[in-house]
Write a protein that binds this ligand. Structure first.
Ligand code: GSH
Length: 215
């Protein structure tokens, strides 16, 4: 398996967490989003949406981090990333989608670049845009997690919800979101940052992590 990804991409990190949790070996292929490598013709042959991550298995290119994680879950069911009862699993998927479909797209690189190129938003305005949409999402997410979380996002077992939460909190920190109003999110992040799968897959420790960003 080859994972086309980028150290700093939060959607990539979700998949790296799942691979580490399930102890699945893979080849790390770096796609430098910082240099717009994902926008070139070569990467279009890997991912026609010009997004990271992409998992390539037997020549089949799977995009969308949650689709990749579901593939991994079905192929390597143990340890599971979808634990618990039917209703708990629905909550896990809900948290994952709040991040994947609700928060992340509005703070994504292409959106913010367009604000700069076509709507006159300078760096500070772009940062405010990102921080604002992350914070709006976190207001609801904090309430949801207050209902669902114990040691993990949903109950006491590690799940795909945790794979999605931690990278989004790192983005929040990167874009200057004040995390004080979100005690449940902060508590969960603090605990999860010590998890071996998260430590191993952390952006600070990847093959393409630049020296200045290394742990
Ligand atoms: N929902 C997609 C999002 C993929 C995505 O947009 N990834 C970002 C990096 S975190 C990206 O490639 N952005 C490139 C751009 O916006 O130009 C997934 O979960 O895989």
């Amino acid at each position: 398996m080859k994972l086309y990804n980028y150290w700093r991409s939060s959607a990539s990190w979700r998949v790296r967490i799942a691979l580490a949790y399930k102890n699945v070996p893979y080849e790390y292929v770096s796609v430098n989003l910082g240099n717009n490598e994902h926008l070139g013709d070569a990467y279009a042959k890997v991912n026609m949406f010009h997004e990271a991550p992409t998992l390539v298995v037997d020549g089949v290119r799977i995009g969308q981090s949650l689709a990749i994680i579901e593939y991994l879950e079905e192929r390597f069911p143990t340890p599971t990333l979808l634990p618990g009862s039917l209703l708990e699993r629905a909550r896990i998927r809900q948290v994952a989608e709040v991040v994947n479909s609700g928060i992340h797209p509005l703070q994504n690189m292409r959106v913010v670049k367009k604000l700069g190129a076509e709507y006159g938003a300078d760096d500070a305005a772009q940062q405010r845009w990102r921080a604002d949409f992350i914070a709006r999402g976190f207001v609801g997410l904090e309430t949801l997690l207050h209902e669902t979380a114990k040691t993990h996002c949903v109950g006491e077992a590690f799940s795909v919800a945790d794979c999605c939460l931690v990278p989004q909190v790192l983005n929040a920190r990167r874009f200057g979101v004040d995390l004080a109003p979100y005690p449940t999110i902060r508590r969960l992040e603090e605990g999860l940052l010590a998890h071996p799968a998260i430590v191993k897959s952390h952006p600070e420790r990847q093959p393409d992590t630049p020296a200045e960003a290394r742990a």
